[in-house]
Ligand binder design. Structure first.
Ligand SMILES: Nc1nc2[nH]cnc2c(=O)[nH]1
Ligand SMILES: [Zn+2]
Length: 476
């Protein structure tokens, strides 16, 4: 499924769901979405009584291709606002470590091995295919410090047609000498080489864009951060980094940047806090730091699975949202244990329950219910919220006329009237993990998918109207 295959005018027929605001999930049981040859949504019908209704209303679409779903729904593609492609082989390997010893034990040795470009190509090809198969149509990737391997990730995303931000990782301290930028000049030169390459292969940045990537403050000296801030400004590029993930890391930042008022000020002083900045984690920020982030218009990637696996903490997402900060979800592989944003949405919901339960000495009556995220809110973070984090809110995140069609076809299958289930479960043909009995409302079907669905339910995936992933369950 190369990205160069032309697309034809298509009507996507059947149920669809998307978030129209943070708390409002719209579900249309009998919908139709018209997508033109450029992948742009030309019409959205929310209540059709028969397929011929659509062509009666839109006669010039009479010969359009029809893609229909009758046991599921179309949903916007997921947006992963923070993950590490080279760490994919380490997924599930973290023991009882926390951030700093995890980096040393598991992460730096694996990333350093991306000097071997063949190995990098194998892992990147696998990871991009894997994220696509989970419905991720846009992904903000950390790569490694290697120019060749980073450019290979850029090429793979472009070839597979997955929207991506690809960042060469910068670090001039903390990591072992064998995996560190030799000096600031080479860090900037190599980062610029990756930016130039991404802009050469995708001039307009329609699919792949480069992103300036200081690993995190402890990995970079103040002059290195300042040069990266300058580079981002000169290039008009996005910035991605980690912030306030783990208390040990926060102590290190205090110790190594004694003149700075806070962790957030370290980035601000280097001109790294811009409207195009993605900050991953943001767990232990003070109110004043969050105020500064809001003022600068920087965005936050919430990575709850990783925050739990590495015992980093529970990010108070409700407070971030109430303060008007833009938030999306990040899988943060391999701190996180899955490439799935659907799973991350579940983790966001569970984490919000833990925040609710950590109200001081809480009998049920004093639960902090306001902290809880609803299913709709988690799905919003996974789509429209994520789109705003990566600067694509005008283009993707929902099914609106004028937006580009980034979508997944969710199929749920159904439980037969009577059956002997021996040997059925685990079989691809069984319809995936969600049991639909036929008496569920459209809302209940979406809820059941969110809480027990996985990639077996993701039958096909489109980016800008182009089919970029399909399974045997996808039939036109
Ligand atoms: N989760 C996570 N946090 C980091 N902080 C610095 N590097 C990393 C990383 O690779 N993963
Ligand atoms: Zn990360």
């Amino acid at each position: 499924m190369a990205a160069s295959v032309p697309i034809s005018k298509t009507i996507y027929l059947g149920a669809f769901a998307h978030c129209i605001s943070l708390a409002n999930l719209e579900i249309c049981a009998r919908g139709a979405i018209g997508v033109d040859e450029q992948g742009l949504i030309q019409f959205v019908e929310k209540e059709i009584s028969s397929p011929s209704d659509v062509t009666t209303k839109h006669p010039s679409w009479a010969s359009a291709q029809i893609v229909s779903v009758d046991d599921g729904f179309f949903f916007p593609g997921f947006i992963d606002t923070h993950t590490h492609a080279p760490q994919h082989p380490n997924t599930g390997l973290f023991g009882k470590t926390t951030l700093l010893d995890w980096l040393e034990t598991y992460t730096f040795p694996l990333e350093a091995s991306f000097e071997d470009t063949r190995k990098a190509g194998r892992i990147y090809g696998n990871f991009v295919a894997r994220t696509l198969s989970h419905g991720t149509t846009t992904c903000a990737y950390y790569a490694t410090r290697h120019v060749e391997a980073t450019n290979l990730l850029t090429e793979i995303c472009l070839e597979r047609g997955q929207r991506a931000l690809v960042g060469r990782v910068c670090m001039d301290r903390l990591s072992p000498e064998y995996y560190r930028d030799a000096d600031i000049e080479s860090a900037i030169r190599d980062s610029k080489a990756c930016i130039d390459y991404a802009r050469k292969v995708d001039e307009k940045g329609e699919i792949v864009r480069p992103v300036v990537t200081p690993r995190f403050a402890p990995s970079c000296t103040a002059p290195c951060l300042a040069e990266l801030g300058k580079l981002a400004r000169e290039e008009g590029a996005f910035v991605q980094t980690h912030i306030s993930e783990n208390t040990g890391e926060c102590e290190l930042v205090k110790e190594w940047f004694p003149e700075s008022e806070s962790y957030t000020h370290v980035y601000d002083e280097a001109a790294l806090l811009t409207e195009r900045t993605i900050l991953a984690h943001a767990i232990h920020l003070s109110k004043e730091e969050r105020r500064l982030i809001k003022e600068r218009g920087s965005k936050i990637s919430h990575c709850p699975a990783s925050n739990t696996a590495l015992t980093s903490g529970c990010c108070p997402v409700r407070e971030l949202l109430d303060e008007g900060i833009t938030v999306g979800l990040g899988t943060d592989v391999s701190g996180g244990v899955s490439p799935s944003i659907l799973e991350e949405a579940r983790h966001a919901i569970w984490t919000s329950r833990f925040v609710a339960m950590s109200a001081p000495s809480a009998p049920v009556a004093t639960l902090n219910n306001a902290a809880k995220l609803s299913t709709a809110e988690a799905l919003y973070l996974a789509t429209r919220g994520g789109a705003a984090v990566v600067g694509l809110e005008e283009k993707i995140g929902g099914f609106d006329v004028g937006k580009e069609f980034d979508a997944q076809m969710i199929r749920l299958g159904s439980v037969p009237e009577a059956g002997d289930y021996e040997g059925t479960f685990g079989d691809e043909g069984a319809g995936g993990p969600v049991d639909i009995f036929g008496f569920e409302s459209p809302e209940e079907k979406v809820e059941k998918w969110v809480y027990s669905g996985d990639d077996r339910n993701c039958a096909a995936v489109w980016v800008r109207g182009r089919l970029v992933h399909k399974t045997a369950r996808y039939k036109v």
